[in-house]
Design a binder for this molecule. Structure first.
Ligand SMILES: NC(=O)c1ccc[n+]([C@@H]2O[C@H](COP(=O)([O-])OP(=O)(O)OC[C@H]3O[C@@H](n4cnc5c(N)ncnc54)[C@H](OP(=O)(O)O)[C@@H]3O)[C@@H](O)[C@H]2O)c1
Length: 330
């Protein structure tokens, strides 16, 4: 039996579950650190009252413990990270219909052991700590696709990102600065605004301020908004005519009303995005290594404290990512 953090019958709790078994194409990973994402908060509600336990968690890093007989790329002892985007290997405008994210409907990474097809495992970048590697993929890949593939950012772009404290935002700030773009963020918290500046943002304004007044001298080429209803129309109002707005989240609410006439007169471009494929993940791994980018780990909770970590994320207290330590580091 192994220890895992599961959703079961409307509760989230630590539980002993049977150790997962291995198929011929699969690897078994002894998870060292898993990463919490906003997505994890909503899964209990989305699943409802289900008696079968589901191991939560999409991100993780660990050491390969066992490989199936058809596995050629990995061997026991390899240090790896999990690719949570199942069923999306190649570049395309949108994921295939069969695309799924680790942690629902199938068991996730908040467990001592995790088993997955060898196609969804990459080598851990050696310059990252276990905590950094464990919180990397889901958010960084989402930010990478939103910024580069969809947003087509360049060194001449000015990028505007509401909600600087978000895990994804902390990656986008670093990626955009690495290529020389101008980065403007908002946050409701003065401490997070200061942290965003320390991370490289050129300007950080209060989310509650009058953005049009604050940004009257700026020309925003690209907005990346994942907050949803609370900011979407304000984000659109600071975008230059013909500019792009990329959305991949709705932290506040999903339903937004827009003035369609203003939208088409302004010739704005609205682009949806979701995570990313394996090609983008491999590009991302090269990109962060080249620019020596480190994930921002706000805090580390041990597996037994995962419920407290959920509450901490729910209150948006973090700046960056929250790690769940599953096994002691050597
Ligand atoms: N589609 C995908 O593939 C995908 C992948 C990753 C994430 N997402 C989604 O993208 C969003 C961001 O994810 P994340 O993990 O980075 O989130 P996160 O770490 O939980 O951060 C959310 C941030 O949103 C801001 N915020 C929250 N409530 C707000 C409000 N009422 N008004 C203004 N700002 C508010 C906060 O920024 P401040 O504290 O700085 O104010 C907060 O730190 C989530 O909705 C998530 O589900 C989607």
């Amino acid at each position: 039996m192994i220890k895992a953090f599961v959703h079961e019958e409307e509760s989230i709790l630590i539980r002993k579950i049977p150790e997962p078994t291995l198929k011929d194409n699969e690897v078994k990973i002894a998870i060292k650190v898993a990463g919490l994402n906003h997505r994890d908060l909503h899964i209990p509600e989305r699943r409802g009252n289900v008696s079968t336990p589901l191991v939560l968690g999409s991100d993780g890093a660990g050491v390969i413990e066992q490989v199936g007989k058809n596995v050629t790329n990995f061997a026991p002892g390899d240090e790896v990270i999990v690719n949570p985007g199942l069923g999306w290997l190649h570049q395309s405008d949108a994921p295939p219909k069969s695309f799924e994210i680790v942690g629902m409907p199938n068991d996730g990474t908040f467990a001592e052991k995790y088993v997955v097809d060898q196609n969804y495992v990459e080598r851990k970048p050696s310059y990252l700590s276990w905590e950094e590697a464990g919180v990397l993929v889901l958010s960084a890949l989402t930010g990478y696709r939103a910024l580069f593939t969809k947003g087509n950012v360049s060194a001449n772009s000015t990028v505007f990102i509401p909600g600087a404290g978000s895990g994804v935002a902390t990656y986008i700030i670093q990626f955009a600065k690495a290529i020389g773009a101008r980065v403007i963020v908002t946050s409701r918290s003065p401490e997070k605004r200061a942290k965003a500046i320390a991370l490289g943002a050129d300007l950080a304004i209060d989310t509650e301020a009058d953005w049009n007044a604050e940004l009257k001298d700026e020309s925003i080429d690209l907005v990346i908004d994942s907050i949803g209803r609370a900011t979407f129309n304000r984000s659109l109002s600071v975008l230059k005519r013909g500019g792009k707005i990329v959305t991949f989240g709705a932290t506040t609410e999903d339903q937004v009303t827009i003035d369609i006439r203003k939208f088409f007169y302004g010739q704005y471009q609205l682009l949806g995005s979701t995570m990313g494929n394996r090609e983008e993940l491999r590009d991302l791994l090269q990109f962060i290594e080249k620019h020596q980018i480190h994930p921002i780990v706000d805090s580390v909770f041990v597996l037994e404290e995962t419920k407290e970590a959920f509450q901490y994320l729910q209150k948006a207290q973090q700046f960056g990512k929250i790690a769940i330590q599953v096994a002691q580091n050597d």
